[in-house]
Design a protein around this ligand. Structure first.
Ligand SMILES: [Cu+2]
Length: 403
């Protein structure tokens, strides 16, 4: 369908160029500046905003938008982000970071190397802007390692078209940027108008995330479950619209011996885990991917073999000639493991990945139960039992002290 649409569009463009009826306009293109997301770590708040400031804009064909940060996707004409991102987020989708690895078992996962090492589309500089409108695939601007992080995008779509960009594939519509292309006889946005709205939204989001962080940090809570038992709450992440906090709340939970806890996953964007297990958890955290060599592809029955060595310079694994390198996801990482009890530091209790789109696309799944229930039958000592997030690290974790 989309390919056909693109072919038709390409034919029309060719015809237009043959007939020499390109865009006829006396006006010069405008370059707009848009702030893509905000980050609050510098203010001591472990969080960010996925919003585009100003949220929406009207442009003319051939206008350029200069984004200050590349973490976003430019959709295809006619696609509304939240309608299509759920699919993208399903394990096995060609654009997903993660693929099934049937060689290693029905639940096994591996890294989708095509996407994981994809550096993004070859566009985005001032002289080679990404061309947004005729694209028949989503555009992922490349992520530069160092400043400037600016991305230039030229809008090339007919008046009346609405294009949507979205940051970080959140189910929350506040991370979308709506770009309406208006006719040359109609008024487009002015930078001044956009700046004014951007300021209003930025101030609102800053105050909201400060308030959310303070509220989440200020108190411990508990509730009673259906059986009337007291359950202590830990929140893994927190979100409000386009705002995300990367921390667990409270960082330190003090409970009596035998008490029950629940880990509530509150992220709208990224998957997290809550994982106990001392050195074992640390090992998984530092070795999320395990290189293997597949002799016969996913359909072949032969088992993977280990790399025969590592490249001294790059550290990359070397596979035997007739095999293909793959990166397996540590089997201790993605799925829930544990008996629901932590009695000593080395007890591996893992929630598995829990996110808005994992485990099962954007459908509810019981594979990795959220909330995760954990009981603590024995005292922990002063240091408590530590937990980490296997995706983001120890800074997202916390500890439970059992008295
Ligand atoms: Cu995390």
């Amino acid at each position: 369908m989309k390919k056909q649409g693109f072919a038709a569009l390409a034919a029309a463009a060719l015809l237009a160029s043959l007939m020499n009826v390109g865009p006829v306009s006396a006006q010069t293109a405008t370059t707009y500046e848009v702030m893509a997301g905000a980050d609050y770590f510098g203010l001591g708040i472990p969080g960010f905003s996925g919003r585009f400031y100003p949220g929406s804009m009207k442009v003319h064909r051939d206008d350029v938008i200069k984004f200050d940060f590349p973490a976003f996707t430019l959709g295809q004409e006619g696609d509304y982000p939240q309608d299509v991102f759920g699919e993208y987020q399903e394990v096995g989708h060609p654009e997903n970071f993660v693929a099934w690895d049937p060689d290693d078992g029905a639940d096994a996962l591996k890294v989708n190397l095509d996407v994981f090492f994809d550096e993004g589309d070859d566009c985005g500089t001032e002289t080679n802007p990404c061309v947004w409108g005729p694209n028949d695939e989503n555009i992922f601007p490349p992520f530069s390692e160092e400043p400037p992080f600016d991305v230039y995008v030229r809008v090339d779509a007919a008046p009346g078209t609405t294009l949507w960009a979205s940051s970080l594939m959140s189910p929350d519509a506040n991370v979308n940027l709506k770009v309406e292309v208006v006719g040359n006889n109609e008024e487009a946005s002015t930078q001044e108008e956009l700046d004014e709205r951007a300021n209003l939204l930025f101030t609102k989001d800053l105050e909201n995330i400060q308030a959310l962080y303070n509220r989440m940090s200020s108190k411990s809570t508990w509730h009673r479950n259906a059986a009337g038992q007291k359950v202590y709450d830990v929140f893994v992440g927190a979100s409000a619209g386009p705002l995300e906090l990367f921390a667990s709340f409270p960082r330190k939970t003090v409970i009596p011996e035998g008490a029950r806890t629940q880990f509530h996953f509150m992220s709208q964007m990224e998957p997290h885990t809550a994982t106990f297990g001392g050195a074992v958890a640390k090992d998984v955290l530092f070795n999320p991917f395990i290189p293997a060599c597949d002799p016969d592809g996913d359909d072949g029955a032969g088992p993977d073999v280990e790399p025969v060595g590592f490249n001294e310079e790059t550290g990359d694994p070397i596979c035997p000639d007739t095999t293909e390198m793959e990166l397996d996801i540590n089997e201790m990482l993605p799925w829930a493991i544990g008996d629901g009890k932590v009695t000593q530091a080395s007890d591996y209790q893992n929630s598995g990945l829990v996110g808005p789109y994992f485990p099962d696309g954007n459908a509810f799944s019981e594979r990795n139960p959220d909330p995760m229930n954990v009981r603590f039958p024995k005292a922990s000592g002063k240091k408590g039992f530590k937990f980490v997030c296997l995706i983001h690290g120890a800074f997202m974790g916390g500890k439970v002290i059992v008295k």
